[in-house]
Every structure is written in C-alpha cells, then in structure tokens.
Design a protein around this ligand. Structure first.
Ligand code: NAP
Length: 307
C-alpha cells in the first residue's frame, strides 16, 4: 500500500466511531477520529442510559466521556472539524476536513443521523428561542415553567420524564394513541401528576414574537385545534440521515442511509459504515457500539490483506 497519514480515519465520534477507534488502536492501527461537533453523538442527549448490558445506570454524557477517554488513552488522535469529502483513490482514501486533506488505508463513516424537524410554521424562527431538540441540553432553562415534548419514541418519553422532575407542567404530544417507546418509560410518565398526555394530536403551528409563547395542537383525524401556552417545546420525532456529502463514494439507500449490511462494508472497498448512518433495523446504543467493533475489525483485516 502507498504511504498514508493514518491506517484508519473514522468520521464521527459518537458511540460507534469511538468504539471503532478503541478496536482499531487495540489492533495496532494508527487512528484519526474526526468529529464536527462535540464527541458523544446522540447519547449525550440521554439523561440516563439504563439498557446498556453490564451497566445498570449511567448518564449519556458520562458514557460518552468514558468512551472518549478510553479511545484517546489508547492512542487514537482526535480532531474537530467537518468532513466535506471522501475520495476513493484505490488503496488510499483521501478525506478532506477543514480545507486540509488526510490520507488513510481505510475509512469508517460513523456520522449517525440528525434531528428530524416537524416542518411547521414558526419552528425555524423559534428554534433556540424556546424550541429545542435536546431536553438535557436546554431543559434547565425551563425550571418551574410549562413545556411540551413532541414524539412517541424513547427519546420523547425520556425527555418528558426528565423535564417532569423540575418543570411545572409537561405536555406530551404524540400523533398516535400508543407509544413506540418502552412500556416502562410510559408507565413512569403516567405516574407523574404534572404530565398531560395529548394523544392523536399534531402540532400545526409554533407561535411567539421574540420567544415561544404557544403552540396550536390539532386532532390528528379531526378538525379541532387548541392553543396551548408553553415556554419550551422539545421536538423528539426521530432522526434522519445526513449522508449526502458521502454519496460520491458510497451508495445510499432510498432513505439516504449508507447501504451497508451487518458487516458494515459499503460498495467502496475499504470504506465502512457503522452505527445509525447505515441501513439497519435497530438503532440502539448497543447496536452502535457493536457496529463500531465490526467496522474496525473489518477495516483492520482489509488493511492486513492489502499490505
Ligand atoms: P423514534 O423511535 O424513531 O421515534 C420517533 C417518534 O416521533 C415516533 O413516535 C414517531 O411517531 C414520531 N414522529 C416521527 N415523525 C413525526 C412527525 N413528523 N410528527 C410527529 N411525530 C413524528 O425516535 P427516537 O425516540 O429519537 O429514538 C431513535 C432510536 O434511538 C430508537 O431506536 C430508540 O429506541 C433509540 N433510543 C434509545 C434510547 C435508550 O436506549 N436509552 C434512548 C433514546 C432513543 P410514530 O410512532 O407514529 O411513528
């Protein structure tokens, strides 16, 4: 193989990317881990992780920090920046970040997914002015105030539980009458006396001049709308992929996820996709870390067979 800057470049320092870094360095490879925001990915938005095997309870931030320290401690290099291009030059892959290019024998894309928006009137304008996509980051601003959470998955249920501990009232707004999230979380939420369930409802407008003042909530299958005064709105309606920048090098599926199976191999030899950014049916912390290990070991074996 040609001389390169690193054995493996990992794009994205969420649970998957950081696990890949740990497995990569432990296999004797030089690793560059690149992250656009803060390390940790989605898990830093989870107040308490209670379903990771072997760990009864840990905050998402602590979990991410442990992974980061472990990867760095073992010798992975970490860089902050946005990857704008990956170029396949055969046995060498060229990764462009912050207007510089770095070469590697293999690349692992582990960029996760970004928050889905509701796409309703006022959402864009009031984001950061009462509208948020992260209850653990912004929840504290709404102590003793009235807030609402939109969504029916684990994130929405966890967010509502977290907020119910210190907000005055928490509305949970979901477009169906059953939740996608875990039953246990729903039961904990139903036991709270400051949580109001608005089911079969959708948010049709977010209102406010300088800051969020109210939302219009409509029956899903009816015409009745009501105005609800709130100070904070937490949107937790899932994620969407953010892989367009890689579409020159790897094939995307019809939803925009990177087409890769359980072996994390993409159509481009030497390029792997791990975690929520790839086509998969279960997107959990456990499956993200599992992918990180699979992708790293796949990349190591690819490098070993080529050298
Ligand atoms: P999710 O499970 O995909 O749930 C998204 C929710 O938003 C669904 O209830 C969906 O409704 C609703 N929704 C989607 N688009 C909407 C729209 N335009 N308007 C209104 N509602 C909309 O997303 P998530 O809760 O972020 O979780 C993502 C993954 O991470 C899941 O696999 C989840 O289990 C996992 N997760 C795990 C943990 C943990 O293990 N501790 C914590 C958080 C998340 P429908 O149900 O009607 O489709």
């Amino acid at each position: 193989m040609n001389k390169v800057d690193y054995d493996i470049i990992i794009v994205g320092a969420g649970a998957s990317g950081m696990t890949a870094a740990i497995y990569g360095v432990r296999s004797g490879k030089s690793i560059l881990l690149i992250e656009e925001k803060m390390y940790g990915g989605q898990i830093i938005n989870t107040p308490q992780v209670e379903n990771y095997p072997g760990i009864e309870n840990i905050s998402g931030t602590s979990f991410a920090t442990n992974l980061y320290n472990q990867a760095k401690g073992l010798g992975a290099e970490y860089m902050n920046g946005k990857v704008t291009k990956i170029k396949d030059c055969g046995n060498t892959k060229k990764v462009t970040v912050n207007n510089n290019s770095y070469t590697a024998k293999s690349v692992i894309i582990a960029t996760g997914a970004k928050n889905r928006t509701l796409n309703v009137l006022g959402e864009k304008e009031l984001t950061g002015k009462g509208v948020s996509y992260c209850a653990t980051c912004d929840g504290m601003f709404f102590r003793n105030r009235d807030v609402a959470v939109v969504g029916g998955g684990n994130t929405a249920l966890e967010d509502a539980l977290f907020l119910s501990d210190y907000c005055n009232k928490v509305y949970i707004i979901h477009r169906r009458d059953t939740f996608r999230g875990e039953k246990q979380l729903e039961e904990s939420l139903r036991a709270k006396d400051n949580v109001v369930f608005l089911l079969n409802r959708v948010v049709e407008e977010i209102q406010g001049e300088e800051a969020l003042e109210s939302i219009m909530v409509k029956e899903k299958d009816g015409d009745k709308s009501e105005k609800i005064s709130i100070n904070g709105l937490f949107i937790a309606v899932g994620q969407v992929p953010d892989n367009d920048v890689f579409s020159n090098v790897v094939k995307l599926d019809e939803y925009g996820y990177i087409a890769a199976g359980e072996d994390c191999k993409t159509n481009c030899e030497g390029v792997y996709a791990a975690g929520d950014c790839r086509t998969k049916s279960v997107r959990q912390l456990t499956t993200a870390t599992s992918d990180g290990a699979v992708a790293a070991l796949g990349a190591c074996s690819y490098i070993n067979t080529k050298s």
